[in-house]
Design a protein around this ligand. Structure first.
Ligand SMILES: Nc1ncnc2c1ncn2[C@@H]1O[C@H](COP(=O)(O)OP(=O)(O)OP(=O)(O)O)[C@@H](O)[C@H]1O
Ligand SMILES: [Zn+2]
Length: 830
């Protein structure tokens, strides 16, 4: 039998399956998805079996055997192997990079090399001290250790390997292993053991004690715990093992990040009419077992989570599994509690704050079918379930679903693809759906296609219990300044905070840190410096005092006076959470503030502790960055304040308005979710900006209409798709010439297909190559950087086109190569 193996070398030349002979003894064990060690270029490397065949594609004499099988159960399933191939095609990365992204870090093994003294080694064939030392080690040692000890004999080792005096072995070693503990079991029924204990002679009192303790305890016990509890010794236990009364076995331990935590079990709530309608639509799709995508557009506090929970329960009832993706940041204890509370032991939780070991063990619970629900951040989409019925993506608009490093995948798109493999339903949930998803859900569906490709729209426009969305006050901070208020708190916010302190209610304050200190703004009139060609803000570079456009390269000197109103209050903008905290303490003596930002949440579980304190009403104010905007559901929060809405509006990012609208809407949604009504204050220097005015009225539709107009005019998604290609090299001249060559080759290929057409042509297919231009970060780690932006529309396999265009540039001699990095559907073009 032949195994087709993708070897762990992420280069283009080696990015294809290699044939290996499967040794007879491995034949019944190796499957598609198995992890193996194989000889490759004089080393042993880790690889994944992606295919099996009866005959090899190469000369059988040149076939090498698989050296080892690394796990008893393949870590990947055939559908994941296939999905990895799709990932590598779509996102232009190597197959091995895609495969590696699907397994926990603990399984990324490295080869260890050993040398063994051959039995037939002749005297004098090896330097004698070397041979002697090897013999003293029992004949084998790590190659590394040997060379470290005898650096002067490096040559001798080489010639020994050549003559066969020493033999090299290599083996893949995982960075982390399964933890095992020696565990003691009783071998017989209670009466038998009790009788045996009575019969033990008086001098074996300790043995009797151990047996009786085991009986009292009633189940298997870890050896260490047993010895400690009975003050016995290992030999006492071993003696009982000898008598056949006890059995000792190594038992796998699971590192459970939630061990010892009690989760209050919850029961399904009676659904509201709005929830019921959506629930029925979802389960219809789950029951049908056909791939289907739905957009659950439910306002903040509409009870989306309860719909998720009940839909999952239905899915599990069919004997299928469910995956729930949540943004890393909202994988808060509240969310975990809701899922553990409903499904208990059936849930695995995966997020980045787990240790490698904990994550590995959560993953193994999935692989070994111990759990049926996986909840986690982006990469949980690769949970190795065998029969997925439902995939939920909560807060589907979140940018954290896009991975920044290779493979630069978007979990939403991967989910839709995986659902197609399993005949599963995908539910995208959000109060503020991304403009791409929303546009797709509203696109006219081709008639006659049952369950088309575009998501079905499921609205939940009302809060549970008919509670109103909170009224939002927008405060013009320019007016505050004009009236002599230089504080970062407007008079209104100050007044409402005072009121909440008096009533003992709680407030959430958001400091929008995105875009911190990077743009120039006039505090008198709100003017910001914009690029004359690109409709985005210029980025301020403090060192050179130059403002630059990150899309087209336009640059100008930063002004010292506002070009619009001549005021001298022009400055680069930004303020930190710490400063807000100080100001709060000054204005409201005795106020209890919990600050939540990157600085206060580095410690493990810090997040959890801070939120628990706030939930227990040990603080009056929760002050923080984006972290406080999402998912939180606290009954005593009746005031939400946004310190400055503008910071993210002025980012040089075509999604700046969308991100700002989403953030404002989400944070406003934290107020008045239960019996007490809420209020929201948004402070801003651009009160007339549509992202602010529409958020003020909770008017998603109005925002989208306006934003679509802008996107259309500037040629951005959803009117086209984007691909960003970044090239880098140490030599500027070489880079710029390769960049030009690449762009013209890409244009030629597109021309051959007849699609090289500008976006504004009105044709259904268009493909436009912009650049190359210097990247916004034009030099990084001593390498110059250039970029091309591709805008395209219509059914075009743009990734295939790019892979073809790239081929001649990436197959050359590695040292002189220009590095290419491809980002399909980039979140930002920075
Ligand atoms: N059917 C129901 N009956 C009573 N209470 C409910 C029901 N469904 C949900 N709730 C409660 O309503 C509150 C809001 O629900 P949930 O947190 O799921 O909203 P959401 O739509 O996820 O909001 P957000 O998008 O703001 O996170 C929660 O406290 C939840 O327990
Ligand atoms: Zn520009």
């Amino acid at each position: 039998m032949i195994a087709k193996v993708i070897v762990d070398v992420p280069s283009r030349q080696t990015d294809r399956p290699f044939d290996y002979l499967v040794p007879f003894e491995m034949e019944s064990w190796i499957e598609i998805g198995s992890r193996v060690g194989v000889p490759f270029g004089g080393r042993v490397l880790q690889g994944f079996v992606v295919g099996l065949a009866a005959e090899a594609d190469i000369d059988p004499k040149r076939l090498k055997p698989v050296s080892e099988l690394l796990d008893p159960m393949p870590p990947l399933l055939p559908d994941l192997v296939e999905l990895a191939k799709w990932l590598s095609d779509k996102y232009c990365c190597s197959w091995t990079t895609a495969l590696q992204a699907m397994i926990p870090a603990a399984l990324k093994g490295k080869a260890e090399r050993y040398v063994e003294l051959a039995e037939e080694a002749e005297e004098g064939e090896l330097p004698s001290e070397l041979a002697e030392w090897l013999a003293s080690q029992g004949g084998t040692a790590k190659l590394e250790a040997l060379l470290e000890r005898f650096p002067q004999h490096a040559k001798g080792v080489k010639s020994g390997l050549r003559t066969g005096a020493i033999i090299e072995h290599a083996s893949i070693k995982d960075r982390l292993s399964i933890k095992k503990m020696l565990t003691v079991f009783l071998t017989a029924e209670e009466e038998t053991i009790r009788a045996a204990a009575e019969e033990l002679p008086a001098r074996a009192a300790k043995q009797r004690e151990v047996l009786l303790y085991m009986l009292r305890h009633g189940g298997p016990l870890q050896m260490q715990a047993l010895i400690a509890a009975t003050e016995g010794s290992a030999s006492t236990v071993r003696a009982l093992e000898g008598k056949g009364l006890l059995e000792l076995r190594e038992v796998e331990q699971q590192r459970d990040p939630y061990a010892g935590r009690e989760f209050v079990r919850t029961k399904p709530l009676p659904l509201t009419a709005g929830q019921q309608a959506v629930f029925e639509r979802i389960v219809r799709s789950v029951r049908a077992g056909e791939p289907d995508t739905m957009l659950l557009h439910g306002v903040t506090g509409s009870g989306k989570t309860e719909v998720y929970l009940q839909s999952i329960q239905y899915c599990l009832g069919l004997g299928k599994q469910a995956i729930v993706l949540v943004p890393e940041i909202s994988l808060t204890p509240q969310m975990v509690e809701r899922f553990k509370g409903r499904f208990g032991e059936a849930v695995a939780v995966m997020h980045s704050r787990l240790s490698n070991g904990e994550r590995y063990d959560e993953w193994r619970k999935i692989r070994s079918r111990q759990v049926q629900v996986a909840i986690g951040a982006r990469s949980a989409i690769f949970a190795p379930f065998e029969s997925i019925g439902l995939i939920i993506i909560d807060e589907e608009h979140e940018s954290s679903y896009k991975q920044e490093e290779s493979p630069k995948y978007h979990a939403r798109d991967v989910a839709v693809r995986r659902a197609r493999q399993h005949g599963a339903a995908v539910v995208l949930g959000s109060a503020t759906p991304s403009i791409e998803t929303f546009a797709a859900a509203n696109r006219p569906q081709p008639s006659g296609t049952a369950g088309g490709r575009e998501p079905a729209l499921l609205p939940m426009p009302e809060r549970v219990g008919g509670r109103p969305l909170p009224p939002v006050d927008v405060i013009d901070m320019r007016e505050e300044l004009r009236d002599g208020n230089r504080s970062m708190f407007s008079r209104k916010l100050h007044e409402l905070l005072t009121d909440r302190l008096e009533k003992g209610e709680q407030s959430v304050l958001l400091l929008n840190r995105r875009g911190y200190s990077t743009f120039v703004m006039c505090r008198s009139c709100g003017y910001t410096a914009q690029c004359p060609h690109c409709d985005i803000s210029l980025t301020y570079h403090q060192k050179t005092r130059v403002m630059r456009c990150h899309y087209c390269g336009h640059a100008e000197q930063a002004p010292t006076k506002c070009p619009s109103c001549e005021s001298e209050h022009i400055r680069y903008f930004g303020t930190g959470t710490q400063r807000v905290e100080e100001e709060l303490a000054k204005l409201f003596p005795g106020i209890r503030v919990i600050r939540m930002d990157v600085d206060t949440t580095t410690e493990k579980n810090a997040h959890e502790k801070l939120l628990k304190q706030f939930g227990d009403r040990k603080a009056d104010v929760l002050l923080g960055t984006q972290m406080v905007a999402k998912g939180l559901d606290f009954p005593y929060v009746t005031l939400v304040g946004v310190i400055a809405a503008d910071t993210s509006l002025n980012l040089p990012d075509f999604r700046a308005a969308e991100r700002t609208f989403q953030l404002l809407t989400q944070v406003a949604g934290r107020a008045g979710r239960h019996h007490l009504p809420g209020e929201v204050v948004i402070q801003t220097y651009s009160p007339e900006h549509y992202a602010v005015t529409t958020a003020q009225h909770h008017d998603y539709a109005a925002f989208i209409a306006e934003e679509l107009r802008h996107r259309g005019a500037m040629g951005y998604p959803p009117y086209c798709r984007l691909i960003l290609i970044t090239m880098s090299h140490e030599q500027l001249t070489l880079l710029s010439s390769v960049g030009e060559q690449f762009a013209s080759r890409l244009r030629e290929l597109a021309e051959e297909q007849g699609i090289l057409v500008p976006l504004n042509s009105g044709l259904s297919k268009a493909f436009d190559v912009l650049g190359p231009v210097a990247s916004p970060i034009s030099r990084m780690k001593d390498r110059y950087r250039f970029q091309c932006v591709i805008k395209y529309r219509g059914s075009i396999d743009a990734s295939a086109l790019i892979r073809e265009a790239l081929a001649p540039f990436t197959d050359g001699p590695p040292l002189r190569q220009v590095q290419f990095s491809v980002d399909v559907d980039p979140q930002v073009i920075l």
